[in-house]
Design a protein around this ligand. Structure first.
Ligand code: ZN
Length: 403
C-alpha cells in the first residue's frame, strides 16, 4: 500500500505535514517522507489521519436506531426491565450478530478502526460481538457485563454479600472471551463484589470500566448506601481503566479524577440526547484528565466519531467562553493519540509513525467543501462527513474502501 503527495497528521501531536511518500508493508508503516508542516491548502489533498477510536459503545442495541425516543434514561436503559434489555432478549442470535456487524461496518466507513464496548448478556453476549468483530476487521475491545444483576435490592442496600458461586462462574467464563468487565453503575453491585471483581480481573490481566455520575442519582444512591459518591467508590474500590460519562462531576470530583490518573470517556451527544447536563469538557481539560470520546448506545446515536468530534469541539468552545480555546488538536486527540495513555496504547497508539501500526483513514479533501481548508484539523472536526472517507485501514488491512 502506497500513497504519494498527500498530507499526513504526523505523530501523537497530529501535526499536518506534506508527505511525499507514505508506504505500508504488512501491518506497519515503513516509510513516511515528511516534507514540511502545513495548516491550509489551496486546491485539495488526500489527508491521512490515525484511525479513530470510539472509546464507549453499546453496539448490542444498535439494531433499533432511535428506539428509545420518548423514554427516560431509567425507562430506556436501566436494568432489569429497561427497553433495551427487553428488546435485546427478543432477538435471534444470528440476526443479532449480523446487526452488530452492520454497525461495525458503518464505523469503519466513518473512519473508526476500534471501539470499546460494554456488552450485555454475559459470556454469550461477549461471544456475539467477538464474531461481529472477526467478520468486519474492526477491533472490538469487549467489556462483558453479567447477564442479570447478581443482587436484589435488599442485598444491595445491606452491602455485605459477595458474588455467589454462579456469578463467579459467569465472570470467569466471560473473562475467557472478553477483554474485561463492565457494569452499568457502581450501585449495581456490593462493595465485596467490586473487590472480588478487581482481584479476578487483575489476576487474569483483564480491563475494567464503569459509568459514573451520568446524573445526580448515581451519586445520591451511592452516598445513601456507602457514605461515598459513586465516582469516589469507583476510584477507591474498583480502580477501573476507564470511567465513563462524569456528566455531573463537581470541582472536587474533577480534582480527585485528575489525581487518580484514570482515563475518562465522554459521550456528550448521548448525554444531550437524554436531556442530561453536558459534561464539563473544559474543566476536565484544564485539570489535565486524559480524555477519550464515545458515542454510547447504538439506539441513541449513530456510532460516527466524526459527529461526536464536531459536537464536542463546539461544546468545549462554548464552555471556555471564547473562540480561541481549545486547540482543535486537543479534541482530535480524544479519538486518537490519547488512547496511547491507556492499556491499549500499544495496539492503538493513535499516531502515525515509521514502524508503527498502519492504522489510519484517508479523507478526500479534494471535495468542494474541503479543498480550500484554511485549517486542516478544524475542518476534520467541523466539516468532514462520512461521505469524505475514502479508505479505513487497521494493521495494514483495509476495513472500508469507498466505491
Ligand atoms: Zn454507556
Amino acid at each position: 500500500m502506497h500513497f504519494s503527495d498527500c498530507i499526513v497528521l504526523s505523530g501523537p501531536e497530529l501535526q499536518p505535514f506534506h508527505c511525499a511518500s507514505f508506504r505500508v508493508e504488512d501491518a506497519n508503516i515503513v516509510e513516511l517522507d515528511l516534507v514540511e508542516p502545513v495548516q491550509r491548502i489551496e486546491s485539495g489533498a488526500m489527508v491521512l489521519m490515525p484511525g479513530l477510536v470510539n472509546a464507549h459503545t453499546h453496539m448490542g442495541d444498535s439494531f433499533l436506531p432511535d428506539g428509545a425516543t420518548g423514554l427516560t434514561l431509567e425507562e430506556g436503559f436501566f436494568r432489569p426491565d429497561g427497553f433495551k434489555y427487553r428488546e435485546i432478549a427478543k432477538l435471534d442470535r444470528a440476526a443479532h450478530v449480523d446487526h452488530m456487524s452492520d454497525a461495525l461496518r458503518y464505523m469503519a466507513a466513518t473512519g473508526t478502526v476500534a471501539h470499546v464496548d460494554f456488552r450485555e448478556q454475559g459470556p454469550d453476549g461477549a461471544a456475539r460481538l467477538k464474531e461481529a468483530s472477526a467478520a468486519t476487521g474492526v477491533r472490538s475491545v469487549i467489556l462483558g457485563q453479567f447477564d442479570s444483576v447478581p443482587f436484589d435490592l435488599d442485598e444491595l442496600t445491606e452491602n455485605m454479600a459477595g458474588l455467589s458461586p454462579d456469578s463467579l462462574a459467569e465472570l470467569e467464563a466471560m473473562l475467557q472471551i472478553a477483554d474485561g468487565f463492565s457494569e452499568s453503575t457502581m450501585n449495581d453491585l456490593t462493595d465485596p463484589a467490586w473487590k472480588e471483581i478487581r482481584e479476578l480481573t487483575d489476576s487474569r490481566g483483564k480491563a475494567r470500566a464503569v459509568h459514573c455520575l451520568e446524573n445526580e442519582g448515581y451519586r445520591n444512591v451511592s452516598l445513601e448506601r456507602t457514605g461515598r459518591g459513586d465516582l469516589i467508590q469507583a476510584i477507591e474500590l474498583y480502580a477501573p481503566d476507564l470511567i465513563v460519562h462524569v456528566t455531573v462531576a463537581n470541582d472536587e470530583e474533577i480534582e480527585r479524577l485528575a489525581r487518580s490518573g484514570i482515563t475518562v470517556v465522554l459521550n456528550p451527544r448521548a448525554n444531550a440526547n437524554l436531556g442530561l447536563p453536558l459534561p464539563p469538557v473544559a474543566k476536565l481539560l484544564n485539570a489535565g484528565v486524559n480524555l477519550l470520546l464515545g458515542t454510547d448506545n447504538g439506539l441513541l446515536n449513530s456510532p460516527s466519531m466524526l459527529a461526536e468530534l464536531d459536537f464536542t469541539y463546539k461544546l468545549a468552545k462554548s464552555q471556555y467562553g471564547d473562540s480561541i480555546r481549545p486547540d482543535p488538536r486537543e479534541i482530535l486527540k480524544m479519538a486518537t493519540s490519547n488512547v496511547a495513555k491507556t492499556r491499549w496504547g500499544r495496539e492503538l497508539p493513535g499516531a502515525l509513525t515509521v514502524g508503527g501500526p498502519a492504522t489510519f483513514s484517508a479523507m478526500n479533501f479534494h471535495q468542494a467543501h474541503l479543498r480550500r481548508s484554511a485549517h486542516i484539523l478544524a475542518s476534520i472536526l467541523c466539516r468532514v462527513t462520512p461521505a469524505d472517507v475514502l479508505q479505513t485501514v487497521r494493521n495494514g488491512q483495509t476495513l472500508y474502501q469507498a466505491k
